[in-house]
Design a protein around this ligand. Structure first.
Ligand SMILES: Nc1ncnc2c1ncn2[C@@H]1O[C@H](COP(=O)(O)OP(=O)(O)OP(=O)(O)O)[C@@H](O)[C@H]1O
Ligand SMILES: [Mg+2]
Length: 271
């Protein structure tokens, strides 16, 4: 169970627009509410994302760590919701091409972060590309988000297949978003489970939970607030609170590779 190490988990998907960023932000919010120290790494390197959702304007990103005199505190953005944001802003290929000295600077900053952290949540982009794959590979746990749409199911399957067959990842947590009800969510999970069971030997899927379609989510997006703040107690917020409770029961490895520095090492030194 809980050890001194932070847990790094990604929120990812095969298909875009399934609700990853909303879920990551609100999970961060719920975990912070129960006293957890949370940093949300915005690893969706296409469009600015987390900051837009929250109406915040980060002035810096990870790469500013290499500017003279810049510290982790300059790069991390505090939010009014009890958690912090770390904007990645650049892709894995840029990270790989950092000099040895810059990689060490980054790792030292992450060491500093680790002392003050329970969860690092990685909001990835969608699809099967290097950025998504490598952030997922480096994380200790992966939450794959899908919706009842058939294309979302096939894209989730494709992501899981590539991660397993090309990268040896076998364990995935599955979250069904935008489901009409709990039964429908279970059915979506069951379809994915059967496909993986049939075609991908050795893959283990764990049903992490569901979040219902809730009109308050869109309203919160427009208001640039987490739905768990805008509509605390609403159906989406209740579901994410339950997910946050589930996450707190996940085992946290007490070996060194459960260490946040190893997350970055896996990213930075993958050649
Ligand atoms: N449970 C929900 N109920 C209602 N609407 C939702 C729900 N979850 C997400 N949405 C809607 O879906 C939109 C897309 O969500 P979000 O930006 O979080 O997806 P994403 O997976 O991060 O997208 P991308 O792949 O582009 O990063 C939101 O703006 C919101 O309006
Ligand atoms: Mg997103």
């Amino acid at each position: 169970m809980k050890t001194g190490f932070p847990l790094v988990f990604s929120v990812t998907s095969g298909k875009g627009g399934v609700g990853k960023t909303n879920l990551a932000v609100n999970l961060a919010c719920c975990l912070a509410r129960v006293g957890k120290r949370v940093v949300l790494l915005d690893a969706d390197l296409g469009l600015a994302n987390v900051d837009v959702l929250l109406g915040l304007a980060p002035r810096h990103n990870l790469f500013h760590l290499f500017h003279e005199g810049a510290s982790l505190a300059d790069v991390i953005l505090e939010t009014p919701f009890g958690f912090r944001i770390l904007p990645a802003a650049s892709g894995v290929s840029e990270m790989l091409s950092l000099s040895a000295g810059q990689k060490i600077t980054l790792l030292e900053a992450m060491d500093e972060l680790e002392a003050d952290l329970d969860y690092l949540i990685v909001d990835t982009g969608a699809g099967i590309n290097d950025n998504v794959l490598y952030f997922n590979l480096a994380a200790q746990e992966r939450i794959v988000v899908l919706t009842p749409e058939p294309t979302s199911l096939t894209d989730a399957y494709a992501l899981i297949k590539v991660m397993q067959q090309n990268h040896g990842v076998h364990d995935f947590r599955i979250l069904v978003n935008l489901a009409p009800d709990a039964k429908a969510a279970r059915e979506v999970f069951s379809r994915l489970y059967k496909a993986c069971d049939h075609f991908l030997a050795g893959v283990a899927l764990d049903f992490a939970g569901m979040v219902p379609r809730d009109p308050q989510v869109r309203k919160a997006v427009i208001a640039q607030k987490p739905f768990c703040v805008q509509d605390a107690g609403g159906p989406a917020c209740r579901a994410v609170t339950e997910l946050a409770n589930t996450i707190q029961t996940w085992d946290i490895p007490d070996t060194l590779d459960g260490n946040i520095k190893f997350f970055w090492k896996r990213l930075l030194f993958r050649a």
